[in-house]
Every structure is written in C-alpha cells, then in structure tokens.
Design a binder for this molecule. Structure first.
Ligand code: PGA
Length: 226
C-alpha cells in the first residue's frame, strides 16, 4: 500500500525565503507528501502543486473565535487535510469530536493524533487511554479517518518506542475498527530511525522537526519510498 508521509511544520520555517527554498527542494517529491505548514503559507504550497492541510481546525462554523481557522476556509483555498488532537494543542474530547465533524462536513480528510503520556505509559495505561481518545473523538462519526499514533513522550524527544510496542499499539488501534483504517506513527521520526521504523510495516509517518530540514526530509522520503 502507498505510504502516507506527512510533514508537520509546527512553528518552524518562519520566512518566505525559507518556505521557497523548502518548496524548491521538495518539489520532486511533492506528489508523495502532505505538508502541514503554518497556515499563512498554505497558499504558497498550493500554488506550487503541493498537497496541504492545516495543523488544527475550529470546531465552530464561524463567529467570534479569534485565532481559529474554519474548515470551510481551509477547503475553500484548496486544503485537503487537517490534523486534529495534536498533543501540543489537545484540549477537551468534546472539542475534538466537534472539530472532526466540522472537517468532514467541509470535505477535509482528518488525521487524528492519539497517544499516551509518560505517566500513562509507566502505568501500562496506553491501550485504555488510546481507546478512550478514539471513542470520544469519533462519537457519532462514520466517515473514515486516518489515525496517527504519537506517544506524547516521544514527540521532540529523540526517543521512539520499542518495535514490539509500536506494532502492538498499531494493531490494537486497527482492531478497534470494523473496517480497514490507516495508522501512522509520529514522534521523533528522523533519518536515524526511519529504516528501523520501516521494518514495522506502518501505513505512514507524521514527521515534525525532521520534516522541516529539507535535506533530512528528502533522505527520509527516499528511505520510505525505496
Ligand atoms: P517530532 O514531532 O517529529 O518533532 O517529534 C512529531 C509531531 O509532533 O507531529
């Protein structure tokens, strides 16, 4: 199956010059990746033929919500995906459920982040936590979404879970659905561990900081696609 490679730019790459250099370097793989830039740079990527999404979306249709981004507006300018429930912005479960509904109503594809924190891991609660996160997130939702398994403690930490742990959790997430679902891994994916991750037969990767270094990201993409 085709691999899903997502670049979550977070708040890196903070000048048009950096964005244009990045676009130029990644151009040859633009059809194999999904970029989630800072929203002000979405159009720049779209104009250059990249598939893009946002790092968050409002649960509301419109109104007095300073700093929020509407799903309708994302769809209107040509965005295709939206990342929901990232641990850096995750709030209450009800909000996540509303965000997913709003995204789906506006024809956006949802990438839902789930994962346990350090304490939950130590208490062997990973499966319970993930099941609850997914149950709350997709309450009354039947459309297919993509799930990204991102242990909070692995994000930006240069640590990834053991192979058996990732495989077990990914299989567990898939078992929670009656239909086939794509599950990505995210959290400190880098050129140093991508070969090891590739052995795990994942559906793809959600890559933060390493995706913002064009040279490193190109190398990662090439390993994934080879
Ligand atoms: P990281 O971030 O690759 O920098 O750990 C991943 C993410 O938060 O999506």
């Amino acid at each position: 199956m085709e691999q899903i490679i997502i670049a979550n730019h977070k708040m890196y790459l903070n000048s048009l010059q950096d964005i244009d250099t990045y676009i130029q370097k990644l151009n040859k793989h633009k059809n194999q990746i999904i970029v989630l830039p800072q929203s002000i740079y979405l159009e720049r990527f779209i104009k250059n033929g990249f598939t893009v999404g946002t790092q968050n979306v409002s649960p509301e249709k419109e109104g007095p919500y300073t700093s929020e981004i509407s799903a309708q507006a994302i769809n209107d300018i040509g965005g295709k995906y939206v990342l929901i429930g990232h641990s850096e912005v995750r709030q209450n479960p009800n909000k996540i459920n509303k965000e997913i509904k709003e995204a789906i109503n506006n024809h956006l594809k949802v990438i839902l982040c789930v994962g346990e924190n350090q304490k939950e891991k130590e208490h062997n609660q990973t499966k319970v936590i993930i099941k609850q996160q997914i149950k709350n997130a997709i309450n009354n939702i039947n459309e297919k979404i993509i799930i990204a398994y991102e242990p909070n403690w692995a994000i930006g930490s240069n640590q990834i879970p053991k192979k058996e742990d990732i495989q077990q959790i990914v299989a567990y997430i898939k078992s929670l659905f009656t239909y086939n679902i794509q599950v990505l891994y995210g959290g400190s994916v880098s050129i140093d561990n991508i070969k090891k991750l590739k052995e795990m037969n994942l559906d793809g990767y959600l890559i933060g900081q390493s995706s913002t270094d064009a040279e490193e990201f190109l190398k990662i993409i090439e390993v994934v696609l080879e």
